[in-house]
Design a protein around this ligand. Structure first.
Ligand code: ZN
Length: 128
C-alpha cells in the first residue's frame, strides 16, 4: 500500500456526516449506473440534513413538507462492524473486507430509511 493510499484509508475511517452523505449519493449514482441493480424510485429518499443541535444525527424530512422526519445515527455508518480476516491477510484482504462491511452497513441504513419513509407515506400520504 502506498503511503498516500494509507492516508486516504485513514481519512475514510474518520468520515464526517457530510462525507457520509456524499458517499451515499455516490453509491446511489453508482448503483443507478448498474443495470443489474435497479434502484427503487430515487425520489423516495429526500436529501438528508444534519441538525446542528444534535451531533451525529442525520435527518430525512418528508418531501411533502408535512413536518415528519426520520432520524438515524451517523454512527450506524461510521463504525465498522465485525471484520473477519484470514490469519495471513494482505492489505487487499483488509481493504476488500472493509468495503464489503461498508456496503452492508450502507444497504442496512438505506433499507431502514426507505422503510420508515414508505411507512410514513402509507400512513399519511396514501392515495387511495
Ligand atoms: Zn409527510
Amino acid at each position: 500500500m502506498e503511503h498516500g493510499d494509507e492516508d486516504a484509508w485513514l481519512d475514510g475511517l474518520k468520515a464526517t456526516p457530510e462525507q457520509i452523505a456524499r458517499d451515499m449519493r455516490e453509491a446511489r449514482e453508482a448503483q443507478r449506473r448498474d443495470q443489474h441493480a435497479p434502484l427503487p424510485d430515487p425520489s423516495i429518499i429526500p436529501g438528508p440534513d444534519f441538525p446542528s443541535d444534535l451531533p451525529g444525527v442525520v435527518r430525512f424530512h418528508c418531501p411533502h413538507g408535512c413536518g415528519w422526519f426520520y432520524e438515524e445515527s451517523t454512527h450506524a455508518l461510521a463504525e465498522p462492524g465485525r471484520v473477519i480476516l484470514p490469519a495471513d491477510f494482505t492489505p487487499e484482504d483488509l481493504t476488500g473486507m472493509l468495503a464489503l462491511n461498508w456496503e452492508a452497513r450502507f444497504l442496512d441504513f438505506r433499507s431502514r430509511v426507505e422503510t420508515a419513509i414508505t411507512d410514513h407515506y402509507a400512513a399519511r400520504h396514501a392515495t387511495a
